[in-house]
Ligand binder design. Structure first.
Ligand SMILES: NCc1[nH]cc(CCC(=O)O)c1CC(=O)O
Length: 318
């Protein structure tokens, strides 16, 4: 099969600047491979309700991703590009995860007024975030920060700082970088303080299960096995403990080199995770294991977090 046999591949994207930039990188890689591509914008429920003043937490699983998946199943597009961290853990019949490209920096950053870092913010400073995960970890720092819910796309959230509505916001570094604004971060947050969302900084590229030739081309052009191993471990924690939008779950896996008994270099997964108790306290844990066991490492870690008092899946307020 040659790339030309696939015809023009229609790649679906959300309309936000971040989504369009992400999708463009996927389109560029496929074009370089000799495919003809076309980008199709799909408006999602999450985008349409951006203006509304309801917090994103609790507004439903997959608000940003289900419209793209519907367009895929309807045949309006052939490929869907998602921020992997926004994708529900449940699979969808008829749709396959064809590729997970190499991940960008998974860490969160602070964007604060007067270029301040967290430690410089006076007690009572107001930090805006719509994410229960970020709110819980900020509160646990004991800095006396006041956390308020905000929403909107990345540009809107930065503007709340520039306009003086809040003293700072916490955002994914990858999102800032993709829209060319990484320089506006005032501190890159150490994962010891702020564990990112499972799969943060990674993309998920889906196609219809029936399009096996396209799936093969997507995988061979875009897929990064190390990223896939890491996000598999992270999302296994999420699968056991909560849903992407409203779960206060952080998880980050690193692929590290180790020596086996014969002194050969082997890759291992090193996974850290954080969850909250019903009282809002943090529980943390970590685990390592062989890359082939990534999913099981995540599941086991989630079970340990539950045993340590993490709120079970579904217990969080809607
Ligand atoms: N839920 C919104 C969302 N989905 C993906 C990103 C950033 C890019 C990424 O993590 O891949 C963001 C913005 C943010 O959290 O700051």
């Amino acid at each position: 099969m040659t790339a030309a046999d696939l015809g023009t591949v229609r790649i679906g994207t959300r309309a936000s600047l971040l989504a369009r930039t992400q999708t463009q990188t996927v389109a560029d890689a496929l074009t370089a491979r000799g495919l003809a591509v076309e980008i199709v914008e799909i408006s999602t429920e999450g985008d349409r309700s951006q203006a509304a003043n309801t917090p994103i937490a609790g507004s439903g699983v997959g608000v940003f991703t289900s419209a793209l998946r519907e367009a895929l199943l309807d045949g309006r597009i052939d490929v869907a590009v998602h921020s992997y961290k926004d994708l529900p853990t449940a699979g969808l019949s008829g749709v396959v995860l064809a590729a997970v490209p190499e991940r960008a920096d998974p860490r969160d950053v602070l964007v604060a007024r007067d270029r301040m870092v967290l430690g410089e913010l006076p007690p009572g400073s107001v930090i805006g975030t719509g994410s229960p995960r970020r709110a819980a970890q900020l509160a646990a720092l004991g800095l006396g920060l006041e956390i308020v819910g905000i929403r909107g796309n990345v540009e809107t959230r930065i503007r709340k700082v520039t306009d003086g509505v809040v003293d700072g916001v916490v955002l994914a570094r990858a999102g800032l970088a993709r829209i060319g604004r990484a320089g506006e971060a005032t501190e890159v947050l150490d994962p010891l303080q702020m564990l990112p969302a499972p799969a943060q900084g990674a993309l998920a590229v889906e196609c219809r299960a029936a399009d096996t030739e396209l799936e093969t081309v997507l995988r061979s052009t875009l897929h990064d096995e190390s990223t896939f191993t890491a996000v598999t471990a992270e999302r296994a924690v999420l699968q056991e403990l909560g849903s992407p939008c409203d779960a206060a779950i952080g998880a980050l896996a690193d692929i590290v080199e180790d020596l086996d008994d014969d002194g050969r270099i082997v890759e291992r997964v090193s996974l850290r995770a954080v969850a909250t108790t019903a009282e809002g306290a943090l529980v943390r844990n970590s685990a390592t294991g062989e890359t082939k066991d990534a999913e099981q490492i995540g599941r086991t870690l989630a079970a340990e977090l539950l045993a340590d008092g993490a709120e079970p899946r579904g217990a969080q307020a809607p």
